[in-house]
Write a protein that binds this ligand. Sequence first.
Ligand SMILES: Cc1cc2nc3c(=O)[nH]c(=O)nc-3n(C[C@H](O)[C@H](O)[C@H](O)COP(=O)(O)OP(=O)(O)OC[C@H]3O[C@@H](n4cnc5c(N)ncnc54)[C@H](O)[C@@H]3O)c2cc1C
Length: 421
Amino acid sequence: MMTTTEQIPDAEVTPDATVPFNLALSEEQKEIRDWAHGFAADVIRPAGEEWDEREETPWPVIQEAAKIGLYGFEGTAQFFADPTGLLLPIVNEELFWGDAGIGMAIFGTTLAVASIFGQGTNEQIGEWIPRCFGSVDDPKVASFCVSEPDAGSDVSALRTRAKFDEKTNEWVLNGQKAWATNGGIADVHVIVASVDTELRSRGQAAFLVPFETKGISQGVKVKKHGIRASHTAEVLLDDVRIPAENVLGGKEKLDERLARAREGTKNKSQAAMATFEASRPTVGAQAVGIARAAYEYALEYSKEREQFGRKIIENQSIAFMLADMKMEIDCARLLVWRASWMGRTGQDFNNAEGSMSKLKAGEVAVWTTERAIQILGGNGYAREYPVERWHRDAKIYTIFEGTSEIQRLVISRAISGMHLS
Ligand SMILES: Cc1cc2nc3c(=O)[nH]c(=O)nc-3n(C[C@H](O)[C@H](O)[C@H](O)COP(=O)(O)OP(=O)(O)OC[C@H]3O[C@@H](n4cnc5c(N)ncnc54)[C@H](O)[C@@H]3O)c2cc1C
């Protein structure tokens, strides 16, 4: 019997309690899901192997996505606007079901967009978000740069500095960013930098840097284990000068926030963490997409492949593995949908539900794709079959946007109310 109401979101006390809990998707949601699935099946999946081998950004596929409105300001705004919060994870699951490397090439921009949308002024949203996507004829991508060589899990340790030059009314950025998705190929780089190092993460802010700015350049491009169609690189900042108004949220707000931090008043959120909190369920949905692809493939294979005169699914060991895969995927999706719904309806993640969804989905993706390889036997290990690629792709989901250990730390802190480390 449930003795407290802490475990369930209390809809009555939330700002938007009019959206009921309902697992039946609306007609519009189903239509958009099927449309995204069609693009994933017809365009993304067939291109997955080629772009994984090439290890390059699949610009022609991004352009195809732009042509049909899947990649762009309006499409993304529509996914974000769904009042249930489910449309964004639904579309992500479908695209990443097609291929995660290409999915990330298409959706990598969204992290930068989410930071602008979440922290920017109305003017910044209107000017910079369309710029992140470019146009149908000339699509662009954006990059959200937090991580550094010595600041991965520990975001408070950023060394990139932003100093304000009163004389020219400009910010001057110096530092080195690591692991940036779309770093160095993006039109817009959102750079999280420290304005006041003593305040640690509370002294950080996010800055809008167009790539044509003098002093910003791409460093080493990373050769990766998976999601190889998605570009990952260092971003170098050498006396990069940008106008005062390019700080997300505006300079006045930043000054107020810094003043509060110096007084010791608690701020609602820090620049990087605010973006990650909101994006974790969507990232979880991507992992669910990969897991589902592997499960479906393994299920079909097991119904066709015969050994010892019978289909391999007729062995309980294989059938039970598939049953567990299906159950774990559904479980991960439900956590993703819950967190997405909570985020969209303005509820606090009191038990780190966003982190829970990303943690579960990432681990399910790795676990499921590994089992899919097992079900395919030698073929699972061969490049002619897609499941080894999906397994490589899945692994990133226990690392980026907070490793599994960091998600557990966030959840532990939330449920205990203690500052565990
Ligand atoms: C393909 C790819 C794309 C990426 N895209 C981006 C991007 O677009 N923007 C961006 O800013 N970053 C990006 N990242 C960076 C990513 O977010 C970091 O790699 C991640 O946060 C982990 O940091 P790290 O690699 O420095 O590992 P570390 O922080 O060095 O962690 C190493 C190990 O130690 C563990 N660990 C660390 N601290 C603790 C602790 N307190 N308790 C328990 N265990 C701990 C970790 O869980 C991990 O297992 C990307 C990374 C990759 C690989």
